[in-house]
Design a protein around this ligand. Structure first.
Ligand code: PGA
Length: 257
């Protein structure tokens, strides 16, 4: 972490806690925020719990994110949810281009680009996810792949007047319990920051780059201590207020040191 940027700790609930348990977990996150005044906390419940979680977090510093968005604003797109609907439901952020969406729902560069535009146009802050597969890492292509994903959205992000974030999530680390080594994560984060700086130094300095992939209380300190890691996008460990709170507490402590 770096004192220039406020840490951002985001929980990606994926397809969990869509009802009553989501409301309870959101309330637990509000409690966490009482002890983490220097950390931006974001939770991304499933669509069905967005409005209720937003209601529960109203007046607290906990912000709500959606996990996905449709690029069009309205129309005959059965099953889809637009940016303006997410804003209406109380969202401030949206996760775009998560590797599970790229992998299972065919989200290519163009789709991720268009969704990022739709989000920003509606005032929704995107957290754009990038990351390499195990095969790509083993072939020594990590930086090449991540650069391609970053460059595809960079012009849109760099001209945004609202804050944006990038999440570096090595695909092989997601949900596997196998996190990236802090030095490996820092190498990619520093490279991402350099690519952002090519668009604008000032943009690169203020934009938060999150790490995601089996981030948990046990490894939070070593990963969040890296100079270019400005927070985390947390899946499994965000499903429980205790572990999510423990990670946020690490971030809070690191801001003081
Ligand atoms: P994980 O998921 O923390 O369960 O690895 C992270 C993510 O997919 O955002």
């Amino acid at each position: 972490m770096n004192a220039k940027r406020r840490p951002l700790i985001a929980g990606n609930w994926k397809m969990h806690h869509g009802g009553m348990s989501g409301i309870e977990l959101a309330a637990g996150c509000v409690k966490i925020s009482n002890h983490t005044p220097h950390v931006d906390l974001v939770i991304a419940p499933p669509y069905t719990a967005l409005a209720a979680a937003a209601h529960g977090c109203d007046g607290s510093p906990v912000a709500i994110a959606a996990q996905n968005i449709h690029a069009k604003d309205s129309g005959a797109y059965t099953g889809e949810i637009s940016a303006s609907m997410l804003v209406e439901a109380g969202c401030k952020w949206v996760i775009v281009g998560h590797s599970e969406r790229r992998q299972y729902y065919g989200e290519n560069f163009q789709i991720v680009h268009d969704k990022t535009c739709a989000a920003i146009d509606s005032g929704l802050r995107p957290i754009v996810c990038v990351g390499e597969t195990l095969e790509e890492r083993e072939a020594g292509k990590t930086l090449e792949i991540v650069k391609r994903e970053v460059v595809a959205v960079l012009p849109v992000l760099a001209k945004s007047t609202i804050p944006v974030a990038i999440a570096y999530e090595p695909v092989w680390a997601i949900g596997t319990g196998k996190n990236a080594q802090p030095s490996d994560a820092e190498e990619v984060h520093a490279a991402i920051r350099n690519w952002l700086a090519a668009a604008s130094e000032e943009f690169a300095e203020r934009t938060r780059i999150l790490y995601g992939g089996s981030l948990k209380p046990e490894n939070a300190e070593s990963l969040l201590s890296c100079a270019n890691v400005d927070g985390g996008l947390i899946g499994g460990a965000s499903l429980d207020a205790k572990s999510f709170g423990a990670i946020a507490t690490v971030a809070e402590r690191l801001t003081a040191s």
